[in-house]
Design a protein. Sequence first.
Length: 309
Amino acid sequence: MRQEGSPAPAPDPTAAPAPAHAADQAAEPGPAAPTLADFEALYAVLGAELVQQAYLLTGRRRSARAAVHRAFAAAWPRWSQLGTAADPAAWLRRRSHEAALAPWHPVGPRRTHRLPPARRRITVPALPDAAGRDRALLTAVRRLSRPRRRVLVLHDALGLAPAAIAAEVEASTGAVTARLAAAHAQLARSVPALVGSDPTAPGFGERLGGLLYRAAERGCPAAPEPGGTAALRARGRLRLLAPPVAASALVLATLGAFGATLAGHPLVHGPATPRRQVCVAAANAGPAAAGADTALRSDWCTKHDAPDR
């Protein structure tokens, strides 16, 4: 015990530091690794909705399902990273929409990728015919360009803001707004009996979004598909192995062609034997004098012997 007023003793440098609290030493557990059950649960919840969205883009159920299957097949090989992302549903939505709209992807029957129908007037049936009115609306939507069609579905059917749509489609907010306004104007001209004739009227987008939602539900009901995700996961693994296998096959084919070309031929050749120069008399181009020699003479011809006869 030190007396009052005496200086405090210096700390011992060799003394062991005070142990930290057990809670501070314990490392915080990270997020759990995504599992197959998580993948199947996401497919069960999100698959039907994505099929309906792709149906609005393509107008055909088979093409819509193929686009969504392609998206989930691409997600499985990278599920360890995608499953822990902030919004895996946005990634799957973007991939399925791109597959549905890409003209070079065989996502369905060939007739899906034909040229747009003739620009004839779209007939809208009477109100009791809901299926006919849905067909008229989807026909008008399919006549939109692919960028306008995608923005229309994301904004009016899904309710995304222009800024979020711009980030998803990799465009500026002004471009998204212009595409949406152009899509509204074209639909107002094509099917005014359904959506109205004034695209700038209040509630135009909300009314159109309701029509699109009901058309998707009636045309492509949300029903669980049998079989689970086994086929999708197998397709994803095959697509992951396809590029290296194709590259290996190309290398082997190149080596085989190179070996077949060199078969039976030496790799190193000796110096080539120079050909013996033979001088052949050539006639003069001009007229020759009587009794004159008509052959040409050259100094190089004297360096070689005449050929053996």
